[in-house]
Ligand binder design. Structure first.
Ligand SMILES: NC(=O)c1ccc[n+]([C@@H]2O[C@H](COP(=O)([O-])OP(=O)(O)OC[C@H]3O[C@@H](n4cnc5c(N)ncnc54)[C@H](O)[C@@H]3O)[C@@H](O)[C@H]2O)c1
Length: 243
């Protein structure tokens, strides 16, 4: 797929999906910059994979994120960005707290805006034909009880993906999103139990992490140069099933 020697930023790299992406891309000799707020996990990752660069930052901090990312890419621009950091805090619509709204939109929307702006400008300055993948969710397309903020913030991320694709295309930068159903991860354990969910999933299961990684790498790499502004669902048919 041609990731050899490519510099790739992964946000939320210390989480389940982030780590799996990092490990798979390292196998293809990519140069990884792992961004996360979990410094302990980043240090453990660095000990396991000394070639990676780690950036410990809370993506909610607008200026600090820009400064840290800019410092890294000033001389050596990046080729790819995977916006993967995420949070989920199930709450009913009536009980949803302001903190949940601020955090979810802060990570899934504002932070993606911030870091992508910095990276895209650098790609343009260095004439890099870059690729950005935003990790969204199938909940951006289908409403889920008790996940109102998560659904709405991922839906806003999908629209941001489309706008970025429109504006950055002329600079040969592609922007796409990947929208998984629940994945076998720690995050999925926090999701509210929902019987109807499995009934409406034709394949009758949730997704595996490796299936998500395969899809992200497919759209991130050079195999599909005309894919821009697309969203790839990984949901066993959930989003198209009328039952
Ligand atoms: N797990 C699922 O079922 C599922 C389903 C669909 C989509 N997703 C999406 O996939 C992505 C990865 O999910 P995951 O299951 O690996 O979650 P995870 O909780 O294992 O990892 C998320 C990572 O993001 C980091 N993060 C959170 N807030 C941050 C902040 N303010 N600054 C810096 N880093 C921050 C966390 O420290 C963590 O390492 C998320 O965007 C999530 O919304 C997950």
């Amino acid at each position: 797929m041609g990731f050899q020697g490519k510099r790739i930023i992964i946000t939320g790299a210390a989480g389940c999906v982030g780590k799996a992406l990092l490990k798979r891309l390292l196998l293809q000799d990519a140069l990884i910059i792992a961004v996360d707020k979990d410094e302990g996990q980043l240090n453990a990752l660095k000990a396991e994979h000394p070639s990676i660069t780690t950036v410990s930052v809370d993506l909610m901090q607008w200026d600090e994120t820009r400064e840290k990312v800019l410092a890294l890419i000033q001389d050596k621009p990046v080729d790819c960005l995977i916006n993967n950091a995420g949070v989920v805090m199930p709450e009913s619509f009536l009980e949803t707290r302001q903190e949940n709204i601020d955090l979810s939109f802060g990570i899934h929307y504002k932070a993606v805006f911030n870091i992508s702006q910095v990276i895209a400008k650098s790609m343009i300055d260095h004439k890099i034909e870059g690729s950005i993948v935003n990790i969204s969710s199938i909940t951006s397309l289908r409403a889920s009880e008790n996940l109102g903020v998560y659904c709405a913030s991922k839906a806003s991320l999908d629209m941001l993906t489309k706008v970025m694709a429109c504006e950055l295309g002329e600079h040969k930068i592609r922007v796409n999103s990947v929208n998984p159903t629940a994945i076998w991860t720690e995050m999925a354990k926090k999701l509210p139990h929902n019987d109807g969910f499995m009934r409406r999933t034709p394949l009758k299961r949730i997704a595996r992490v490796d299936e998500v990684v395969n899809t992200v790498l497919f759209v991130l790499g050079d195999d599909c140069p005309m894919m821009n502004g697309s969203f790839l669902t990984i949901d066993g048919g959930y989003s198209v099933c009328a039952n």
